[in-house]
Design a binder for this molecule. Structure first.
Ligand code: TXA
Ligand code: MG
Length: 311
């Protein structure tokens, strides 16, 4: 059931969540498929609905930074990062407290914590006395949903309620940072950029350089994949001979069958998942412009590489 956001719909969402049901809701990044993160039975429903591997842990969403302390240890680094970037598109991996079920943390001794800035998400979180475990509200492996209709198309009736709060402003998932140590370890690039982390912390470590155990389990799986092949393209490179559609910064190449073009990197990031889903319907190769690995471009390039099957 899909409903436009309003006080009654938020109250219904909170009631369903308290009864262990799944409720999809918008955040500033992508739509999340929420459940009571402290209820192992409710969390199991998320894995089943998404077809998600059980060792890929979930993010707990909180109404405010203070609430994180009920589930995780705020390290000095975490406090600094939280002061600078929360609420916002940043997720901190922290030592978990025993109240967090193993299902939520995929069997790890850490738990991922985030305080979204989206007002709909925050209003919903304020109505429930527990954090919401919420992965992106897509079936596992597909591009993430940035509007409610896409959630409905992907998950159907698995969510008891889909709260429609319009399109997501950022359109790419949060930056995931391991904040258990003294320096931030980037596990997934996102809306908070490496440059911003660097400016605050002086140094940023990358998951590739740390041991396997600290890597983000989710990054091991194929992700963001449409039903047709995706080929990455940089300005100046040749276009393929075969029929293709194009997504990237304007202008569209004259030889593409159809194109999703954007005027800015920010718009491209916000629209990239919807573009993948729209263009796959043509059934031909998608040529996707790869932005440089800087600022928000790093997160967008990461998702495009994954949708193209490159790591
Ligand atoms: O923007 C977002 O973060 C969205 C919205 C809904 O908040 N959520 C989201 O969740 O992207 P999901 O489940 O699609 O991605 C969570 C990522 C995965 O890569 C997962 O492996 C990683 O966070 N993660 C979660 N818990 C972790 C942990 N304890 N240690 C390392 N990585 C963790
Ligand atoms: Mg996801």
């Amino acid at each position: 059931m899909i409903r436009s956001v309003g006080p009654d719909v938020l109250a219904l969402g909170a009631k369903l969540l308290a009864h262990g049901e799944l409720v999809a809701f918008p955040t500033e990044t992508v739509y999340g498929l929420g459940a009571n993160g402290l209820d192992a039975g409710a969390v199991k429903k998320i894995y089943a609905a998404k077809g998600r591997p059980g060792d890929n842990p979930l993010i707990l969403h909180f109404a405010d930074v203070q609430a994180i302390e009920s589930c995780a240890v705020m390290t000095p680094l975490a406090r600094r990062l939280a002061r600078a970037f929360m609420p916002g598109p940043l997720t901190l991996v922290l030592p978990a407290l025993p109240c967090v079920p193993l299902q939520t943390r995929g069997g790890l001794d850490t738990v991922a914590c985030r305080v979204p800035s989206s007002s709909v998400a925050r209003q919903l979180l304020a109505l429930v006395p527990f954090p919401l475990a919420a992965p992106s509200a897509n079936t596992s492996g597909r591009p993430s949903p940035t509007d409610a209709a896409t959630v409905q198309a992907d998950l159907g009736e698995a969510a008891a309620l889909i709260i429609d709060g319009g399109p997501c402003s950022l359109g790419l998932e949060s930056t995931v940072v391991d904040a258990t140590g003294a320096l931030p370890v980037l596990l997934r690039p996102g809306g908070v950029t490496v440059e911003q982390l660097h400016e605050l912390c002086g140094r940023v470590l990358f998951a590739r350089g740390v041991d396997e155990a600290r890597k983000s389990p989710g990054t091991r799986y194929r992700h963001y994949a449409p039903s047709v092949a995706v080929r990455l393209w940089r300005p100046g490179e040749e276009f393929p001979e075969e029929p293709f559609s194009f997504m990237g910064l304007a202008p569209a190449p004259a030889c593409s069958r159809e194109a999703c073009v954007f005027d800015s990197l920010r718009d491209y990031a916000a629209g990239c998942y919807a573009a993948l889903r729209r263009l796959e319907r043509l059934g031909v190769l998608i040529v996707a412009q790869l932005p440089p690995d800087e600022g928000l471009g790093r997160a967008l390039a990461d998702r495009l590489r994954r949708s193209a099957g490159q790591e």
